[in-house]
Design a protein around this ligand. Structure first.
Ligand SMILES: [Zn+2]
Length: 241
C-alpha cells in the first residue's frame, strides 16, 4: 500500500472512531455534536462554536479538537477543574464561564477571560444563550461535598435545542423544575451526588427527552435505564475507556 492510500485508510479509521464516539442532534442551526471525553468532561460543537465542559485530565484527550471558543466550568473539585490543564487548553480567544466561587480561585490570566455566572443567571456573550442552574447536595450528610451556591449546572440553548449538563448535584428543586430539556447529562455516584434511583426519580420529574448518565463511575447505569423506563430515552456511553 502506498503512503497516500495508507493515510486515506488511517483517516477513514479515525473518522469512524470519531463518529462512534460522538452523539449528534439536529438543531435549527445545523448539528450539535457532543463527544464524551471522560467522567464529567465533554466537548460540544455547534454552529462553529467549540465548547469544552470541565476540561481536566490528560492533554492528549484534547488533541483531536480545535481550541475551545468557550469553556464551561461547573465547580472547583479536581475532577472538574485543574488549573494546569486549563492553562494549556485555552487559546487566546477562549471565553471561560464559571460560578463565582470558582472564578475567585482562578489565577489572573484565566480570571480575566472568565464570565462569572451565579446560580440562576444567564448570558448570551458566548454565542448562544447559556443558563446557570444551581448544583448542590440536598441530603444532610452530603451537603459538605457540594454546598449550595458553589457550583453550576448549565443549560446550553443551541438552535432551539436545550442541553442540560447537571454538574455535581442531587435532584434539587431547581433541577426538578426544569422545562423543555431535550438532552440531559445527569450525574450519579455515591457518596458525592445521588444514586441511580434518585437520578431516575429526578428524570421522572423534569422529563428530558434524552438522558445520558455521566459522572457515573462504578454505578449501575443499566438499573438507572430500567428505572427511567418510558419517561426518557436513556443512552449509555462509555465514559471510562
Ligand atoms: Zn465530580
Amino acid at each position: 500500500m502506498n503512503s497516500l492510500r495508507l493515510i486515506t485508510v488511517m483517516g477513514v479509521i479515525l473518522c469512524l472512531n470519531w463518529a462512534q464516539a460522538a452523539e449528534e442532534f439536529k438543531t435549527a442551526k445545523g448539528k450539535a455534536v457532543v463527544t464524551p471525553v471522560n467522567h464529567a468532561t465533554m466537548v460540544v460543537e455547534w454552529n462553529s462554536i467549540i465548547i469544552y465542559v470541565d476540561p481536566v485530565g490528560q492533554l492528549d484527550w484534547y488533541k483531536s479538537f480545535p481550541k475551545p471558543d468557550v469553556v464551561l466550568l461547573t465547580h472547583i473539585h479536581g475532577d472538574h477543574y485543574k488549573e494546569a490543564v486549563l492553562k494549556e487548553v485555552v487559546g487566546p480567544k477562549t471565553q471561560l464561564v464559571a460560578p463565582p466561587a470558582l472564578t475567585g480561585a482562578l489565577s489572573g490570566g484565566l480570571k480575566n477571560k472568565t464570565i462569572s455566572l451565579a446560580n440562576g443567571a444567564s448570558t448570551e456573550k458566548v454565542g448562544f444563550k447559556l443558563d446557570a442552574v444551581a448544583s448542590y447536595n440536598t441530603t444532610p450528610p452530603r451537603k459538605r461535598f457540594h454546598p449550595k451556591g458553589q457550583g453550576n449546572g448549565y443549560i446550553l440553548n443551541l438552535g432551539g435545542k436545550r442541553i442540560y449538563i447537571s454538574g455535581d448535584t442531587e435532584g434539587t428543586p431547581e433541577m426538578l423544575a426544569l422545562k423543555d430539556i431535550d438532552i440531559a447529562f445527569l450525574c450519579m455516584n455515591l457518596p458525592y451526588t445521588m444514586d441511580v434511583a434518585a437520578a431516575a426519580k429526578a428524570v421522572k420529574a423534569f422529563k428530558p427527552k434524552v438522558v445520558y448518565p455521566y459522572h457515573s463511575r462504578g454505578q449501575d447505569t443499566a438499573k438507572f435505564k430500567a428505572l427511567v423506563g418510558d419517561t426518557a430515552e436513556v443512552r449509555l456511553l462509555n465514559w471510562y475507556k
